[in-house]
Design a protein around this ligand. Structure first.
Ligand code: PAJ
Length: 246
């Protein structure tokens, strides 16, 4: 595996799969790398903690960063090129062009994190333009992110196929997330109410936690989506609703 920091070094052979990430790799990311490996000649993973999708006061500064560990995991899971761009290459001086998926980007997560999906859509389009992948891989864990990216790709005729992989969970049911690293053992125990409430479609299981939303969402497939705050950590999760397939 090669670690590359500039777009000029991003030459790929044959079909290319891209897995956009912000690092802090866990089995959820690794499942995307393996899916891309199975379907493409070249697998590119990007590692960029995108400041534009964090609001002031969110966890940009404490987001887990360990490039060496992430590079080893990427290599073991079939990545050919790890693209680690510099912030000034993604957002050059004078940057002022944004992708705003207006409706899908403003409900649920978008309502609680204004500007978040504008940052996500913009960085993903930029990564698609730099890497020019045939396929890009996303996790169902972030169901609204998938809906936003698919809408952008359709609306702007971006020549990439969006592939979606199932949510990977720990044995106790908690969806894997880089942010789980923030949880103390006691908080983690409380956080287990989130997958339980979703699996049982029972909001009352979240009593005692700060619930941002717990609602069905008309994505494809339809999901029951929720966000809660446990201490200072914000967690999101969703389950595909009965009769639908992910
Ligand atoms: P990040 O949180 O690093 O996630 C990278 C990819 O891994 C996303 O597609 C996400 O949905 C997927 N993922 C995370 N946890 C997962 C889990 N438990 N099971 C399956 N897939 C999982 O999402 C982002 O980064 C950023 O918003 C990004 C798309 C890179 C744009 O900056």
């Amino acid at each position: 595996m090669k670690v590359v920091r500039t777009a000029a070094e991003l030459r790929t052979d044959g079909s290319t799969g891209l897995v956009p990430t912000m690092g802090g790799f866990h089995e959820g990311h690794l499942s995307l790398f393996r899916a891309a490996r199975a379907e493409n000649d070249t697998v590119v993973a990007s590692l960029f903690v995108n400041p534009a999708q964090f609001a002031p006061g969110e966890d940009l500064d404490r987001y887990p960063r360990d490039e060496e560990r992430d590079a080893a995991l990427a290599e073991e899971n079939g990545v050919d090129l790890l693209f680690v761009p510099a912030a000034e290459d993604i957002y050059p001086d004078g940057f002022q062009t944004w992708v705003d998926v207006e409706e899908l980007g403003s409900i649920l997560e978008g309502e609680h994190r204004p500007g978040h999906f504008r940052g996500v859509a913009t960085v993903c389009l930029k990564l698609f333009n730099l890497v020019r992948p045939d396929r890009a891989y996303f996790g169902q864990k972030d169901a609204q992110q998938v809906a936003v990216i698919k809408r952008m790709v359709r609306d702007l005729a971006v020549p990439v196929e969006i592939r979606v992989c199932p949510t990977v969970r720990d044995d106790d049911g908690l969806a894997l997330s880089s942010r789980n690293a923030y949880l103390s053992p006691e908080e983690r125990e409380k956080a287990l109410a989130l997958p339980r409430a979703l699996a049982a479609n029972d909001r009352s299981a979240l009593d005692g936690l700060a619930v941002d939303y717990f609602e069905p969402a008309d994505f494809e497939p339809r999901v029951l989506a929720a966000a809660v705050r446990v201490g200072s950590t914000r967690l999101i999760d969703n389950v595909v609703l009965e009769g639908e397939t992910a």
